[in-house]
Design a protein around this ligand. Structure first.
Ligand code: SF4
Length: 375
């Protein structure tokens, strides 16, 4: 280990980001110029070393995951975001909207299975009534009282406010009273306006996104935040995105995890290229380094791929998403070739093979087993 550290110190000293690694070692906050240099470096070893330093400071070897399920209540959406492969217009082949009783029946199969979290995904449905969403939450909470309900993006909450003619705070209160425990991080995409205008011109802006998450944070809910990368954004746009998250987190401390999501090019209008593995690793590492106030960096393996997820565990990532997917659609519709399901044993083996310690967690990132327990 000592030899390894000496060798790494020698390598880092010769790196073009050696001064930034020193800042990280000293626990200093990185500035926007630092972020740009981190994205520009080709020295992935030094970058990974620095990100891993922060990761191990915060979490040691522990890599968490959650036993969860995904619920897609509908894929019908009036919007037409250019990167999206998920949405369908009403009546279009492949479109679906599940009724509340149908969903509750579906959820019953998970009773007693120890499912910690249900992740609820949909679009901006042009005709579903506001009560549909409240009835859905109430019904799910009745059937799965011990399961945390993480649902809807800030974009959906804004849509609910419009259809219900209520303000966002009242909507968040209604949703929470009906059983919602957390918001998903979707809809963040890239916060820079000039990129949003091109890839999702109708979507709420960054200010509204943070306003809605801020309301949730004031209510005591913890939420997550994402970044869709690898399409038309620049390194400066990524750094800007990370700094907006960091600024908000300085005020509310309500984000418990940051999730970089790689753009997938199939079946959507954007037609950009999928980012390379090197870009993926850089994004994870730079996110870990810039977001010094966000506790967790997650790799969504269903999008990144299992092998890259394994390597990401030494480039800043400490959390992997889920073990079993009920026909995941968002990324598979966009061309992801990852498996639809992964057993818990397989996920734990993947983590252990990466030299990390797997640990089940709950929706609030509390560890559910003794760390260090042998597999
Ligand atoms: S990203 Fe969301 S809002 Fe945009 S088209 Fe897809 S489902 Fe609709």
């Amino acid at each position: 280990m000592l030899l390894h550290c000496r060798a790494m110190n020698t390598l880092v000293a010769a790196s073009d980001i050696a001064d930034l690694v020193e800042k990280v070692e000293a626990g200093q906050r990185l500035n926007p110029e630092d972020g740009l240099r981190l994205f520009a470096t080709r020295d992935i070893a030094a970058l990974g070393y620095a990100a891993n330093l922060v990761r191990e400071r915060l979490h040691g070897d522990v890599t968490t995951y959650i036993v969860n399920r995904y619920l897609h209540y509908s894929n019908v959406c009036w919007d037409t975001c250019k990167f999206c492969s998920f949405y369908r217009k009403p009546g279009e082949p492949g479109s679906f909207t599940r009724s509340v009783p149908e969903i509750i029946d579906w959820a019953r199969r998970f009773e007693g299975q120890g499912v910690q979290e249900l992740h609820i995904v949909g679009g901006l449905h042009p005709s579903l009534k506001y009560d549909y969403y409240l009835d859905l939450l109430r019904g799910l909470k009745t059937v799965l009282p011990g399961t945390s309900l993480k649902g809807f993006t800030a974009v959906e909450v804004d849509w609910f406010a419009r259809i219900a003619r209520k303000d966002a705070r009242t909507v968040m209160r209604d949703l929470h009273d009906a059983g919602l425990d957390s918001l998903t991080g979707g809809g963040a995409e890239i916060f820079a306006e000039h990129v949003r205008k091109l890839i999702c011109p109708n979507k709420i802006d960054a200010a509204r996104y943070f306003e809605i998450h801020g309301i949730a944070h004031e209510m005591g809910l913890k939420t997550q935040v994402t970044m869709l990368y690898g399409h038309i954004e620049s390194d400066a746009d990524r750094v800007d995105h990370l700094l907006r998250v960091r600024d908000h987190q300085d005020r509310t401390n309500g984000f418990q995890v940051f999730i970089p999501l790689a753009y997938h090019p199939e079946n959507n209008a954007l037609k950009a290229r999928r980012a390379t593995g090197m870009t993926d690793l850089k994004v994870y590492a730079v996110s870990r380094l810039m977001l010094d106030n966000v506790p967790h960096i997650k790799c969504y393996w269903i999008s990144a791929g299992l092998k890259l997820a394994q390597v990401a565990l030494s480039h800043g990532v400490d959390d992997l998403d889920g073990i079993v997917y009920e026909h995941e659609r968002i990324f598979h519709d966009a061309g992801s070739a990852t498996p639809q399901q992964l057993s818990e044993d397989a996920l734990r083996k993947m983590i252990t093979d990466a030299g990390r310690t797997p640990c089940r967690r709950d929706a609030r990132y509390r560890l559910l087993e003794a760390v260090g327990a042998a597999d």
